[in-house]
Design a protein around this ligand. Structure first.
Ligand code: F0G
Length: 380
């Protein structure tokens, strides 16, 4: 069947009606890829021994990657943006605005272009990855770089939308959350159940809020029996939720989650506590290691913020977290399916931030165009 985008597909779970002008780029329906090599790597004993002691091996420790980088603009933001822009249009707005570390601006610019709406984006100067900036610009958004960080840009945007008739399309717009919750529906539709755990990056905290809402709604209508433990990860230099206070000057290589005062802070804590999960930190070094590991072991290229999921997964494995969870047998589900399922959310495509990729590896060797010279380098 032809995929028609998240609004058409999950119509009955979303605040839309027959009159809503659906603005879609056919977002959603992203692959849930089994990461067998990462599972083997984690269970090999190289990473940790706690798994072995609890009989977790790569046969019963299944890891899946929800590859949100394959959305139309290369990030999960499209799920929320299709709804936010459709509703802005329905409500008669002529312009939309957002603050962004990059992906929201790329998505808003694309969907606004399609809807024929003016789009204004405020980005922190010097902190937005090249791919994202190029997207916002090519889609014709008015891009304003502010001499400050994301949190300050969001403050200004909030003020503007209180005073002027411009729709705010950051994730404090409830339609964004509604759209983004469809990712948890898709995961459950594919697995035939909810995962035991979900691991994901946390920035402004809208996405963890959305996933948790989605899982709870699917449970309520009887589509799933269990709920996953929600495990969120912040970069250690930008970890306000973990530290318990706003961070004035957040720092991290994962620019997408360089946020010091998340708008959905309260809801992220709620997701963590209600689900019996956690929110923890990963260092930049751990993020870059995971970023390269994912690309080389699984052939999946995700941006650094997304690799925080994998860095978090590794950190939890090192602690034996899942082994303990298996022992606890969360709501009997692990026993019934006889394996532990962890879904890692890869929120954005690696091509968003080509500078970081190039800075993380060795530069290519330059040789003369002669077989001998090339073979000398290849060494086979
Ligand atoms: N991963 C990526 C690739 C992101 O772009 C973001 C957020 C997150 C994770 C965190 O999601 O904010 O819902 O907790 N990017 C926003 C933006 C802030 O402006 O593009 P969150």
């Amino acid at each position: 069947m032809r995929w028609k985008g998240v609004i058409e597909n999950y119509w009955k779970y979303l605040p839309v009606n027959k009159k809503t002008p659906v603005v879609t780029l056919l977002e959603g329906n992203t692959p849930l890829i089994e990461a067998k090599n990462i599972s083997k790597y984690l269970c090999s004993g190289r990473v940790y021994s706690a798994n072995r002691s609890s009989n977790l091996d790569h046969h019963n420790f299944k890891i899946y990657l929800k590859y949100e980088g394959l959305n139309p603009t290369g990030s999960f933001k499209d799920r929320g943006m299709t709804l936010a822009i459709s509703k802005a249009k329905e409500e008669g707005f002529k312009a939309v605005i957002c603050a962004s570390t990059g992906n929201t601006s790329a998505s808003a610019a694309a969907y606004a272009a399609r809807a024929g709406l003016k789009c204004i984006v405020l980005i922190p100067k010097g902190s937005t990855a090249l791919g994202k900036l190029s997207q916002a610009l090519i889609h014709g958004a008015q891009v304003i770089a502010v001499n400050g960080n994301f949190d300050q840009a969001l403050e200004v945007v909030r003020e503007i939308t209180e005073k002027y008739p411009v729709a705010l399309v950051n994730s404090i717009n409830p339609y964004r959350i509604e759209g983004q919750k469809t990712a948890s529906f898709e995961i459950c539709d594919v697995l035939g159940r909810a995962p035991d755990f979900q691991v994901m990056p946390v920035g402004n905290a809208g996405n963890i809020t959305a996933y948790w809402k989605g899982y709870k709604e699917y449970k309520k209508v009887g589509k799933i029996k269990n709920l996953p433990g929600m495990c969120g990860f912040q970069a250690s230099g930008a970890a306000p939720i973990v530290k318990g206070h706003p961070i004035k000057n957040p720092r991290t290589v994962a620019t997408a989650i360089k946020i010091g005062n998340p708008a959905s802070w309260k809801f992220a804590k709620q997701a963590r506590d209600e689900s019996g999960g956690l929110i923890d930190t990963v260092t930049d070094a751990e993020i870059i290691r995971a970023y390269k590991l994912l690309a080389t072991l699984e052939g999946v290229f995700a941006e650094p913020a997304s690799a925080a999921s994998i860095a978090g997964l590794i950190k939890l494995c090192k602690k034996g977290y899942f082994a303990i969870a298996r022992h606890d047998d969360r709501e009997g589900c692990i026993k019934s399916s006889n394996c532990l399922i962890v879904v890692c959310i890869l929120t954005g495509h690696g091509l968003k931030d080509p500078d970081r990729a190039i800075a993380s590896v060795k530069a290519p060797i330059v040789v003369e165009p002669e077989i001998d010279k090339v073979m000398k380098v290849i060494k086979i």
